[in-house]
Ligand binder design. Structure first.
Ligand SMILES: Nc1ncnc2c1ncn2[C@@H]1O[C@H](COP(=O)(O)OP(=O)(O)OP(=O)(O)O)[C@@H](O)[C@H]1O
Ligand SMILES: [Mg+2]
Length: 214
């Protein structure tokens, strides 16, 4: 399998505080990798670096063998998509959010595609015209996730995206992500969820900014 990410001697420091310390890791294309570790250990920071939202202080991150800093940010984000730990919806309606992935690609809004995707996460078509103020936290999380998936990226990074969901909706999201993974999407999933951790096939642990032996 081809390596999609190679991380070498990565450090991330803010002021005097070392948040990530000498991370070395290779991730193969097509993996579903679960990232665990105590709160504050550096998981989100590491994911934000892989998503090129922040830059490592020192060290290398290669995507398909190329330094991620050399990619054009908008293009890179279409390849490596980060689903936030605390997503926010922008604009006025759900439509504003789900139209955005089409707009950045200069494509017409495809309402039937959007309805299909909403149904994948247990939301019906009436959600399209709901105000962003009238959707629950768990609904917001699922809508935000669709923003990442309407156009399939190469890598999806999910940062505790099921944390606010009930068992039924967690299962729906798991099924959807499994299907995308089977269709070739590489997934990096940060979670504290006991069941998700127990079911993980590939897992890495970060403690106090250090990647534990893999
Ligand atoms: N820009 C920053 N400035 C100062 N400290 C930061 C910054 N970003 C992150 N940190 C600190 O780095 C540590 C790691 O944060 P991070 O968000 O990566 O943890 P996490 O493993 O995702 O935790 P959680 O499981 O609670 O989400 C924390 O102590 C955090 O306060
Ligand atoms: Mg986090």
């Amino acid at each position: 399998m081809e390596k999609i990410f190679e991380v070498r001697n990565l450090f991330y420091q803010v002021g005097e505080t070392k948040i990530l310390k000498d991370i070395n890791l290779e991730i193969e294309q097509g993996k579903y990798l679960t990232v665990v570790g105590p709160s504050g250990s550096g998981k989100s920071t590491f994911m934000r670096i892989l998503a090129s939202m922040i830059s490592a202080t020192t060290g290398e991150v290669l995507f398909h063998g190329k330094d991620i800093a050399t990619f054009e940010p908008t293009k890179y984000r279409q390849k490596v998509s980060y689903a936030f730990q605390q997503p926010t919806l922008f604009g006025k309606t759900v439509r504003d959010n789900l139209a955005f992935p089409f707009e950045v690609r200069k494509q017409e809004f495809d309402e039937s595609k959007v309805i299909k995707y909403l149904e994948m996460v247990n939301l019906n078509q009436t959600y399209i015209d709901k105000s962003v103020n009238d959707v629950s936290g768990g609904e917001k999380q699922r809508i935000a996730l669709l923003r990442n998936l309407l156009f399939q990226p190469e890598v999806l990074i999910t940062d505790e995206v099921t944390a606010g969901l009930d068992t039924e909706n967690k299962a729906i999201v798991h099924k959807m992500l499994n299907e995308f993974n089977q269709r070739g999407l590489t997934i990096l999933r940060v979670t504290h969820d006991e069941t998700e951790i127990a079911n993980a096939t590939d897992k890495i642990t970060i403690k106090d900014g250090v990647l534990q032996n893999v």
